[in-house]
Design a protein around this ligand. Sequence first.
Ligand code: UD1
Ligand code: CA
Length: 453
Amino acid sequence: MAVSTIILAAGQGTRMHSDLPKVLQPLAGRPLLAHVIELAEGVGGDAVYVVYGHGGEQVREALADHDVRWVPQAEQFGTGHAVMQAMPDIPDEHLVLVLYGDVPLVSRLTLGALLKAAGDDVLAVLTTEHGDPTGYGRIVRGEDASVRRIVEEKDASPEVAAIREINTGLLASPAARLRKWLDALDKDNTQREYYLTDIVALAVADGCTVNAVRTPASDEVLGVNDKLQLAEVESAYRARKARELMQAGVTLSDPVRIDVRGTLACGRDVFIDINAVFEGDVTLGDRVRIGPNVLIRDSELGDDVEVRPCSLIDGAVVAAGCTIGPFARLRPGTQLAESARIGNFVEIKQSDIGACSKVNHLSYIGDTTIGRDVNVGAGTITCNYDGANKHRTEICDGAFIGSGVELIAPVMIGANATIGAGSTISKNTEAGKLTMARCRQATVPGWKRPTKK
Ligand code: UD1
Ligand code: CA
């Protein structure tokens, strides 16, 4: 059956105590709702509907990249009412999958099982066993163990409240039936809301089967209502990512101290030390070693690259065998060719560094092309910005730049040229020659230090 997915995301999230709508609160650096939409996209259904309300425009803007149909629910009259808003566009012969904007960790496997358990005359609900069922709807089964209804905690008798099997809220239902059941809902309950959960009893009354798909992994169905639960979900996400990496052969010095906020692809025998953060799309080649306290964003590191402690790598392409850091910063547009070395307190931006070249200490290299086997001395600065425009520096193969040199762009240093330490270079220099641009050292005869009067 074709699937239409409805994501319920209109709730306010009062308990967040935040100006940011709940479904925009970040999980692994991206809005909760983005995770759920991707989950829905992964199902491969026909269309994804997002029922939104609180923070409406802000929510739509933040997720504008996604191909979803936005359905407003101006006032929140309950989960049943929310689903009703999306139903007019959904064909009768579809299966409707209901997801929650604040339940982001459900696996594809679980959703697959839920969809498989539903059918033309079959409603499937996702449940789990909970040590502390407080706050959840309880799954009430008959003597034959079949599901009879769902009772919200606020409407539960003590016997029902003692039930440990809870409603995760996620369900799959045939659209035609769902439409009919939704029409029959009333607000005859403690919260004066249209409860989506009441469709279970209606399905049973209709002679339909209700399948409860019980997921054993209760962290999959963790919901986010406050910052504590947000942190719990973040840590479950972190653990999941760490597990995936280790299962793929990556060595983590401590699986609770790595954050993957995006996709991280690793080669063989990669080692990652503590407090590494990966954002966006990152690729690490074989035998890459990442030191402690490193942030890598949208970058590609080749085989045998070593990143030493406390380095920041953003938008860089690093070829095999390079060494970076400690305390290095590679900014977007940096490309390092094979076996280049970038040392401590070095910042590189929009620059190509040739094979086996070294920028080892305290330098700024911006808008520069460096050839191969170049040595850039400590404290060298490319002066790339004249206050209005950026200019390029070119340093050709084999050049040796002494310490403390300023290269005023646009400027070119010839191949195998040597630049004397402390020079301020503003004109192109000849290949193979020594160039210096600094005052000659002089000793002033007869000079006396001033003394206090
Ligand atoms: C709901 C279920 C409960 C289940 C629990 C799981 C009902 C009546 N109860 O309770 O059985 O155990 O989830 O977390 O369904 N929403 C809207 N519009 C509304 C109301 C809610 O979009 O008018 C959205 C919320 O943003 C949220 C989701 O629906 O994403 C669930 O709503 P919430 O009020 O949190 O339901 P619970 O009372 O937790
Ligand atoms: Ca909830």
